[in-house]
Design a protein around this ligand. Structure first.
Ligand code: COA
Length: 709
């Protein structure tokens, strides 16, 4: 028999309902049952004066158990029943808060009669980030306590308030510098002596005196502008109920809206990503106990845009950084980029002058590789040229101290060849940052054939310290992200040759919620950068024997249309605004004629979406087959964190699961028939075909059994 994660202890005539459910004390079904049992035990002990709710470990309850939401039988009923009974206690109930008091954790605290918080406490209702609304009366109690405006803001953004701000907002009643449990016991006894100070939040009314009359109307209009996030509209509905209806009726509105959100494909996608991001950090076969290398200082070779972004990333996380370049002019330019970036952030009020000075002071510059000798990690971030990268690798292999990690930021080249040049390949790993490196969340960590397990483990851990979500990729052209992007861009360009406009291609995927379609994306990243990658791949014999393959980007490059930075690429630019370019249409038409591509007058948006995205899913399946990615979820994290794939669709592999793999295969076969398959573009991956052939028995709310895992 397993012991309950909740116990009722007694301390000086006060009951302590203690939750112990590491790592974050999430409200699993067992915790909820434990709370119900603990409360029943308290009710049987009339000699206890009061009750304190307290959690062991580093945090109070950080939320409902997201894993249990996946269970089709999940119901918030038992927890809500517990919260109602807790609040109805005649004896005082005090919440002793510390750490992250989120979601169900805050809802538990709000059902108590008094909230006392340690200074490290942060409170919030982050359910919206999972496509949900608070489901345990948070939508009804929070507006009653903090006011409708702040409550709506917290629920719609998922933002957290620190202890001081929570106190000012009346969400907590008191802060405690010392032991929060001791302070809660003192407060509990005091309230027992002065029961008139007990406050039951459900009995309060939402204060509407300062509320604008059109508050709900405006909030709803704003929510409805984001139809891909239906939870936003549900939050408005629930807050409106809190303002207008008695508590019990508001409770029903919340329950209805919560159930609707829980079933929504958007929430299923966002919950999938929550776990996929955390799963991605785990390396199969690497025990959690593996001793890791100590990283305290970092070197960066190359002070271009990428190198500077990497330096900023590490300085932001408090690491001293040594930036090395070949010339003083390049170093000065790099330092200018870094200073400019910090000053722009400060101008937006996000950094103080002192913070800017402190971070700049962490960045040292040098022309000498010898100055990298003391660094624990050195990242090479020069442009994509194998000979240059190998030359630098050789120098780093000689100069870096034993045990130092040598990383390359290559986005496409063979990490094993670079590793070999160092003479110590076990110390080498790929760290593929995305531009701008200090902004983009994704880090692809490339595992070379000889990369030591502790090197991989160290870099994954380090990624979390610098605020990145990291995904491991094996060595192949373009790793996970750029390899799949190649298929995406290939089809985008074929469609242009067939007569689609860049706006049509972009519009089709942007309608799905993509931040940016492929043409706008490449115009921003630089047509020159994209074209050079294709040209380099051609030199190594990596291109298909197809003259039309990525012909558009190469033509635009040859014509000097480098994208946004030169004022024209796929689009023409008015400032930063892309506008349709007649010239691009003419270029594509002429190129299509030259290459013998048949023009079509009408290309449906569905076809654009299928050719771009299903082709990419097929490549993702190959990446899984070859063991380049550990899991389908890793691919989804790459695309949502690094390439603007909409989180409410969960990434390409989740999307494929949702539409059904049999359908994806069907459409790939269709394009093989109608477009021809001379170059194997539409050859279905054996893994994908075999999964699609499995019987499609539903194993979850809408999750086919024959799905990528
Ligand atoms: N339900 C189930 N598991 C949860 C969880 C929750 N609400 N919150 C965190 N976890 C798990 C994570 O999956 C992870 O598990 P793992 O170690 O097996 O991978 C572990 O707790 C630690 O979480 P992680 O996010 O890696 O740690 P962190 O210290 O960076 O962040 C939190 C901690 C609580 C801030 C963060 O996990 C979070 O925001 N959680 C979600 C909170 C939330 O949305 N609550 C409302 C749910 S209704």
């Amino acid at each position: 028999m397993t012991s309950s994660p909740v116990s009722l202890l007694e301390q000086d005539a006060v009951g302590v309902l203690r939750i112990r459910n590491p790592p974050v004390n999430a409200l699993s079904p067992a915790v909820v049952q434990g709370l119900l049992d603990g409360l029943a035990a308290f009710e049987r002990k009339p000699d206890l004066q009061a009750l304190v709710v307290h959690c062991e470990g580093s945090t109070f309850v950080a939320g409902g158990d997201i894993a249990s939401f996946q269970d089709p039988a999940f119901s918030a009923g038992p927890l809500n029943q517990f919260l109602g009974r807790l609040e109805a206690q005649r004896r005082p109930v005090v919440a002793a808060l510390h750490g992250t008091v989120l979601g169900g954790g805050l809802e538990l605290a709000l059902a108590c009669h008094w909230r006392i918080a340690a200074p490290n406490t942060r409170v919030g209702q982050p359910e919206v980030k999972l496509g949900l609304i608070p489901g345990s009366l948070g939508t009804q109690r929070l507006p009653r306590l903090a006011g409708a405006e702040l409550a709506l803001d917290l629920m719609s953004t998922g933002a957290m308030l620190d202890a001081q701000h929570a106190l000012a907002a009346d969400i907590v009643d008191e802060l405690s510098d010392g032991s929060v449990l001791e302070a809660a016991l003192v407060r509990a006894r005091d309230l027992a002596a002065h029961p008139e100070n007990i406050r039951r939040v459900s009995t309060l009314r939402v204060d509407t005196t300062a509320l604008r009359p059109d508050f709900i109307q405006k909030a709803r209009a704003h929510a409805q502008q984001q139809p891909n996030y239906p939870a936003l509209d549900s939050i408005v509905t629930a807050v409106e109920a809190a303002i207008a209806l008695p508590f019990g009726e508001g409770e029903q509105v919340e329950a209805r809206e919560f159930a609707k959100c829980l079933r929504s494909p958007q929430s299923q996608a966002m919950r999938h990503l929550f776990f996929a991001e955390r799963q991605a950090a785990k390396i199969p076969g690497l025990p959690a106990s593996t001793p890791l290398r100590d990283i305290r200082s970092v070197g960066v070779v190359g002070a271009g845009t990428m190198g500077c972004g990497i330096a900023i990333t590490f300085a932001n996380a408090g690491f001293p950084v040594t930036l090395v370049e070949a010339t003083q002019a390049a170093l000065d330019r790099g330092l200018g980029i870094i200073r400019g970036s910090y000053e722009a952030t400060a101008a937006k009020g996000r950094l103080t002058a002192k913070e800017v000075a402190d971070r700049l002071a962490l960045v040292m510059t040098s022309l000498a590789y010898d100055d990298l000798a003391g660094c624990d990690l050195v990242i090479e971030a020069v442009f994509e040229d194998m000979a240059l990268k190998q030359d630098i690798a050789r120098r780093l292999g000689a100069v870096c101290k034993p045990g130092a990690i040598i990383a390359t930021n290559t986005s496409t080249l063979d990490v094993d060849q670079i590793a070999a040049a160092t003479g110590r390949p076990a110390d080498v790993v790929g760290m593929h940052f995305f531009s701008p490196a200090h902004v983009m969340r994704l880090l692809e960590v490339v595992r070379g054939a000889a990369t030591a397990p502790d090197v991989l483990g160290t870099v994954m851990k380090l990624a979390a310290r610098i605020g990145k979500v990291a995904v491991v990729s094996g060595v192949c052209y373009g790793f996970i992200g750029n390899r799949m992007a190649e298929v995406y861009m290939r089809e985008a360009e074929f469609l242009l040759l067939e007569g689609a406009t860049p706006a049509q291609v972009d519009g089709a995927v942007e309608a799905l919620g993509f931040a940016m379609g492929p043409c706008r994306m490449l115009d921003m990243a630089g047509i020159d950068v994209g074209a050079k990658t294709v040209i380099e791949l051609g030199k190594t014999g990596g291109l298909p024997n197809d003259a039309a393959y990525r012909a558009v980007v190469q033509k635009l490059f040859a014509l000097g249309r480098f994208g946004q930075k030169t004022g024209s690429g796929y689009y023409r630019y008015e400032g930063r605004k892309p506008v349709a370019s007649e010239e691009t249409s003419e270029i594509c038409e002429a190129l299509g004629r030259e290459l013998g591509v048949a023009r079509r007058s009408e290309i449906p948006a569905d076809e654009i979406v299928e050719r771009l995205l299903f082709g990419m899913v097929n490549e993702g399946a190959r990446i899984l087959e070859e063991g380049i990615a550990y899991r389908a979820g890793d691919i989804d994290v790459v695309w949502t964190a690094g390439y603007g794939f909409p989180d409410h669709r969960g990434g390409p592999m989740h999307m494929a699961n949702a539409v059904g793999l049999a359908h994806v295969v069907d459409r790939l076969d269709h394009y093989a028939r109608v477009r021809g398959n001379a170059h194997g573009y539409w050859t279905v991956s054996p893994l994908l075909r075999s999964l699609a052939a499995e019987p499609s028995v539903l194993s979850g709310p809408s999750r086919p059994a024959c799905a990528f895992r």
